[in-house]
Design a protein. Sequence first.
Length: 649
Amino acid sequence: MGISRFSQDLRPYLERCVVTSQLGNDLDLRITRLVIDGPSLVYHVYSKLTTYRLGTGLMTRLSSLPSYAQLNAAVDCFISDLESSGAAIQHIYFDGGLPLAKRPIRLERLEKSRAQLQFERLANPVLNFRYADADGQNQGGVGEALWQTRSKGTIASTDLAAPFIVPAVIEHLKKSKWASAVSVVPGEAESFCAPAARASNTAVLTNDSDLVLFEDLASNGAVVLLHSLSLVATGDARVLQAQCWRPEHIVEKLELDTLLGLGFERSKDSTALFGTVLQRAKNSRDTRTEDLDYIAFSSQFYAPSRSTLQLSECSDLTGFDPRLAELVSQLDEQFAPTAQPNSFDLHMTLPILHEDVTRDSSWSYGKPLRHAAYCLLFLHKLKSSKEVIRSPSPSVTESSRKGQRISQDLLPMSSSHEPISSAKDHISQLSQHLTATSTLATPPAPAIGYILWALHTVINQRLAAGKQSFSRNLVEQFLGVAPLPSERSQRARAGLPLSDEVNGWTLLHLNANVQAVLYSARMLKQTVDFLSKEQGEHQVRSDGGITKLAQALDLMPPIQDIFLDPLGTRTMMQRVPQERLIEMACPIFDGAGWSSHDASNTSQKDTAEPEMMVVRKSKKRKKGTAEQQTEKSAEPSKFKSTNLFDMLV
C-alpha cells in the first residue's frame, strides 16, 4: 500500500529500460520476461481510460467512468502490446489476503472513497447520465487511451473507481489465453511477485515502489514502473520504453547494505529530507537488528509466510474474488495449529458502491446471501479441521458505508441453519425469474432474469423494513419502459425540489441496491462452487446433485455482462419486447402494490407523478404471513446432516 514519499526518494535512481526480445542499445536494460502485479495493472489501465474519457467533454467524473467491458478490452490490449514487444508473461498475481497491520489503511481508503462520493453528490445535485458507451459495446479508442493519454494529478484518481474492477478483470483473464498465468494468492500480490521473479530471473511490472525492498529479487532483478511505459516508434517498429529500479544498483550508489533500512526510516518520518533519512539508515546499520519495530517492518519484505512451495497447504483460492479469498485466508489462519484459542478475528471490507450517500446503505440489501456464504465457509473449515465451535461464537465484521461514515456490522457464525434457510428463500425467487426469462430469444436472457430478481429482492426488503422509497415511475425508468427525464424538463424544474425521476441520483442508488444483491449472490455462488470442488463431484451426486440453489447460481453471467450502469441496464432491457418485459416484471409490480397492466402506458408519458411504494399492512398480507408461519411450525423436525449441501436443499 506504499510508504509515503519513498518513490520520490528513489526517483533519481531510475534507469531506462526497453521491453523487447530484440537486441538493441547496450545502454538500455532489456526486459524479456515479466511478472505482473495484478492490482497495479488493473488500476493503471482503469486510470488511463478514465483520464481519456474525461477528455471527451463528459460532465462529471461519475459519468465518465469506463464500463467493465471496456476495462477488460483495454487490459487485453495492454497485455497483448507487452507480448507484441517481445515480453513473455510469466505470472499475474492478485491479492487474496491482507496483513492484519494493513487493515487500518484499508479502512482509511474506504473512508476516502466515501468522502469523494459525498463531494460528488454535493457538487452535482443533478446527475446527467451522459455515458459515452451505455451498453459497453463500443471499444474504440483503447489504444489511444493506453499509450497517448497522460494521467494528470487528481483527474486520474481512482477514488471513484467502479467497485468491482479487480474481480471483473480476474474473471475475464481466467477465460483468456493468459488464464494459466493468473493466480489469486493467500497474501498480497507483491509478496509473491518478488520470489517468482527471482525464480525465473524476471522483472516485476508494478506501480508499487515497495517492491524494491524485497530481498527475494535476483541480484540483477528490476522493478519496472507501469506508469512509465511508453510506446515509441523507431523506424517501422514500435518499442516499449520504460523506467525501472535495480535495487542492487541503488544499494551500491547509496553505500547501503540493504534498502530495508532506508525504507524503515522513511516509514517512520515522511516529512524529513532524503539526506536526513539516508543518514539515519546508515547510522542504525549496526543496531537495527535488535529493534523490534524494524524486525516487524522488515519481516513483510522477505519470503511470504506462505511461499509458493506451501500453497498446497492453503485453500484453493482460484474461484474466489479477492475479498472472499481474503476471508478464506483468514479462516485458514484461524484454524491453523498455531492459532490461539478464541482468537477469531474475521473481517470483510465491502467497497463503496456508486450510490446516493444521502440514502440508506446499498449493502443492507443481499445481506442474507453474504451471511450464508460466510457460514458455509466457516462450517466447512470447522468440519475439515474436526474442531468444535469455539466460545464465544465467532463473527464476521463487515465494514461498509452507513450514512456519512464507515460502520461495522457483526454477522455471527454458528451451526444454525437459519442464515442458509434465509438465503434459500431468496434463491427460490431467483429460480422463478430465471424460468420466466428462459424462453427469451435475446442473448442476455440470464442477465435479465438476475436483474429482475435482484430488483424484486430490493423492493421486497424495503417493504418488509417499512421503508417508503422509489416511485413506480423510477422503477419503470430503471427497466427501460419509461423514458428518462429530458434535460429540458430538468431545467424547467430548476430551483424547485427535485423528484426521484429528475435528480438522477435516485436512479443511480436503485442501481447500486440491485448490484449489492447481485454481488452478494456472486459471493454465495463462489462459495457453493468451492464446496462442491472440495467435497468432490461424486459426493455431490450422492446427495441428488448440486441443489436448486447451486443450479440457479450457476447461470450467473460474468461481471461485465450484468454489473452495468443505469443506461446499460435500460439498453439491455429494451432489447426485449416491452409487453414481454412487463409480463416478466409482473411479480415486482404486484408485490409493490402497483397494477402491472398499467405499466405499458408509461412509455407514452414524459414524466409521471411519482407513485410511491407503500408498505402494505392489509389483512391479506398478515394472513399470508401467518399461514407461512403455521406451515413452518407444522413441519416435522428434520435430522441435521453434517453434509453442507444438505443445508442448501
